[in-house]
Design a protein around this ligand. Structure first.
Ligand code: CTP
Length: 453
């Protein structure tokens, strides 16, 4: 598709917006172009949403042009002077909040691999030359009379048509190793193959990943997790050796990555999925199988905090026991969901996802039942205290007993639980009650079929 037609393929609100930007550029005699993902998607033929975000490139003072645009659109302006960029926020005629990034065309110089670059103003074409892949180094002019003209100095349109992902120069990945994650995302999203030279450069630049902080790696994993098919990117990254280059203990198997990907993209989401942080879930899949002594450093390289590492440890330690319990309950004619609940309830949501991903469908259903039942327990610790039970171990034990009865269906409603709680409280108040409770192991609760009310 020619670029002119590509602009015509924009949804009406975006077409009007680009015409407005073009008119403003014309009045100010500036070369202004549409760049980035919108151009790539337009030329690939992917329909853009009417409120898709546009990236605008200005040959000249980008933030000053953004100021004019903000006035024109009755919006607000936020300048990032150090980066020669600005963001315009406005409300579209149909009431939708929208924003647009406006950048000054610039050249970049990297003083060290993996570091942030030094920038200085330049031509549109020079700006395209600093970009990651040919498919991202295209621009569509918006200023009249050139509106619709495609700037494609590196053959990005042909690469898109040939389904090829190609870097612009042989230091691209060394300059910015996070581009390896971008390569995986674009290859998976558009079904592209890395050209031989690009792949060789990626492999050569793998050691540069050691200089990328955990925070930046985590950010890239979050972007991967947002893709429509995260597993397709994750498997590529694994095969290319990206994870092992981040930390040698990160050698996830493809099945685990696929399962984690499925957890991220399956709809409707299971109860544990809604609460899970998608990026952390990817980290769990990567750390699954990591030797315990390597875990802290590998987790740090993925940008995990100390409490998050504790969650991973807890999950990995509990996983074998949970899997065995699931198998045992599935084989039992009368599954005790309370036993399962006791094992899985305190796992973080990402841990539950990992367990669910590695379990079969029946096991997942059992997990869902146990969690749903446990979380709908209608009596709280406060209710037990209100019955006159002193706070402390006794109260905790009675509460756990009630919870067991509830989850296993031995008490059908709140009233039944209150009656059961009263019986326990009365037993506690009797002379032998305290001794009886003292003798109890918290795991072995005084709650049997006889307690059914
Ligand atoms: N870019 C780059 N190197 C990076 C990040 C970005 O060269 N490490 C360039 C690319 O030309 C890209 C543009 O900056 O097209 C905008 O980047 P961004 O908004 O992050 O990504 P998109 O290409 O729009 O991709 P996505 O659809 O995933 O948002």
């Amino acid at each position: 598709m020619s670029a002119f037609h590509a602009l015509e393929a924009l949804p009406a609100p975006l077409r009007r917006l680009t015409e407005r930007i073009g008119a403003l550029a014309g009045r100010n005699r500036l070369r202004v172009a549409l760049v980035g993902g919108a151009v790539r998607d337009l030329l690939f033929g992917t329909p853009l949403a009417p409120d898709a975000e546009l990236d605008v490139l200005v040959e000249g003072d980008g933030p000053a042009f953004a100021g004019l645009l903000a006035l024109d659109l009755h919006g607000t302006l936020r300048k990032h002077a150090a980066f020669l960029t600005a963001r315009v926020d406005w409300i579209s005629p149909d009431g939708t909040p929208q924003h647009m990034d406006v950048a000054t065309a610039r050249t970049e110089r990297y003083l060290a691999a993996g570091a942030l670059p030094l920038v200085s103003p330049a031509l549109l074409e020079q700006d395209l030359a600093r970009r990651d892949f040919t498919i991202n180094a295209m621009a569509i002019r918006l200023d009249p009379p050139y509106a619709g003209q495609l700037l494609d100095p590196f053959g990005g349109q042909k690469d898109l048509a040939d389904r090829r992902l190609r870097v612009l120069h042989d230091r691209s990945f060394e300059d910015d190793p996070t581009r390896m994650f971008r390569a995986a995302r674009f290859a998976a999203r558009y079904n592209l193959t890395l050209d031989a030279g690009t792949f060789a450069q990626l492999v050569r630049a793998l050691p540069a990943l050691r200089r990328v902080s955990g925070t930046r790696i985590r950010h890239e994993l979050a972007l991967v997790a947002e893709e429509r098919d995260p597993a397709a990117s994750l498997v590529r990254l694994g095969v290319w050796g990206v994870f092992a280059a981040i930390h040698p203990a990160l050698t996830p198997d493809a099945t685990c990555l696929r399962l984690a990907g499925r957890m991220l993209s399956s709809a409707p989401p299971a109860p544990w999925q809604t609460a899970a942080d998608p990026c952390l879930l990817v980290a769990y899949a990567l750390l699954y199988g990591c030797p315990p002594d390597a875990l802290p450093e590998a987790a740090r390289r993925l940008g995990l905090s100390a409490p998050e590492l504790r969650g991973v440890r807890k999950t990995l330690t509990a996983l074998a026991g949970c899997t065995a319990e699931l198998a045992a309950q599935l084989a039992s004619p009368a599954p005790r969901l309370s036993a399962l609940y006791a094992l899985i309830a305190s796992l973080p949501p990402e841990g539950l996802c990992l367990l669910a991903a590695t379990a079969g469908e029946s096991a997942r259903n059992l997990m869902a039942c146990a969690l749903e039942r446990g979380r709908s327990m209608p009596l709280s610790g406060g209710d037990v205290l209100a019955l006159g039970v002193p706070s402390g171990i006794a109260c905790g034990q009675i509460l756990r007993c009630l919870c067991t009865a509830w989850i296993d269906g031995l008490a059908g409603d709140r009233e039944a639980l209150v009656a059961l709680a009263r019986r326990h409280a009365a037993a506690l108040a009797a002379p032998a009650g305290a001794a009886q409770l003292r003798g109890l192991h918290p795991g072995r609760l005084p709650c049997t079929k006889k307690d059914t009310v």
